[in-house]
Design a protein around this ligand. Structure first.
Ligand code: ADP
Ligand code: ADP
Length: 229
């Protein structure tokens, strides 16, 4: 199956106290092919986080359907969720946990037996092995972002979704994150990332879908899209 398959996906956030609702997604359809780096591009407010949060099971859709690795997100939520790792926009760690503990706790959360956890290998993969036992609060912003990526990979999902991984980060860190994403993709992980930087999508992605005001306005291999512009 496609890594992700979305059909007529819709979300209207309920209005508060009788106010009209907000149509954040107005029936979006696309497939993310396995093995690709897929960019979801759009300006602020386009509906990118809403779409990611629906896939993550954090927001309930109000219409349409979505399958992750062939599992319907409604009927097979557990399998669907286990097929995907989400790197959220916000960095949230307990400041007194160490990177090693963050990954061990996440392994525990997924019910992975201690001897089957890969915390050390994951720290290697995101180049944080030397920070294994440092308090999270002492890590730089870039280190925290890389730890978030490792945390999302704890259950070895075939799909990794990153919500605006480079929003507000400096050039150096952006390069590091691009390199990390490319490396994971080389290892066979299908990547979906949202961004509002066209150059980021062009640089990294095999395919780009553009959403604006909750509607899909393009979905093409990167080269075709760039040739059009
Ligand atoms: P859901 O239907 O997913 O439960 P709600 O419509 O109940 O979502 O809204 C969840 C909360 O998010 C509400 O308390 C609402 O006030 C708040 N909220 C409103 N506008 C925004 C926004 N632009 N971004 C994030 N949160 C918002
Ligand atoms: P993006 O990630 O592309 O910036 P979002 O998915 O965060 O876009 O937001 C899409 C639209 O939905 C925006 O108009 C935003 O204000 C609105 N929105 C997002 N979350 C909520 C919420 N919880 N309640 C009400 N409106 C929301």
């Amino acid at each position: 199956p496609p890594a992700i398959s979305i059909r007529d996906l819709a979300k209207t956030y309920a209005g508060i106290k009788g106010a009209p609702g907000k149509e954040a997604l107005k029936g979006v359809s696309f497939d993310v092919p396995q093995g690709q780096i897929f960019g979801l591009l759009g300006p602020n407010g386009a509906g990118k986080s809403t779409l990611i949060n629906i896939l993550a099971g954090l927001v309930t859709k109000t219409g349409g359907s979505a399958e992750i690795w062939g599992f319907d997100i409604d009927t097979r939520t557990r399998n669907a969720k286990r097929s995907i790792g989400i790197v959220p926009q916000e960095i949230v760690f307990d400041p007194f946990f160490t990177p090693f503990e963050v990954l061990e706790n996440q392994g525990g959360f997924y019910g992975i037996a201690k001897h089957l956890r890969r915390s050390e290998a994951l720290l290697e993969a995101v180049r944080l092995a030397d920070k294994r036992d440092a308090y999270a609060r002492t890590l730089s912003g870039g280190m925290k972002r890389r730890l978030l990526v490792a945390k999302a990979m704890v259950h070895s999902p075939p799909i990794l979704v990153l919500d605006e991984p480079t929003a507000g980060v400096d050039v150096e860190l952006r390069k590091q994150l691009w390199e990390l994403v490319s490396r994971l993709n080389d290892d066979g992980v299908t990547i979906v990332l949202t961004t509002h930087y066209l150059e980021e999508a062009e640089e990294l992605c095999d395919r780009i879908a553009i959403i604006n005001h909750g509607e899909l306005i393009a979905n093409k291999p990167t080269r075709e899209l760039v040739d059009m512009a």
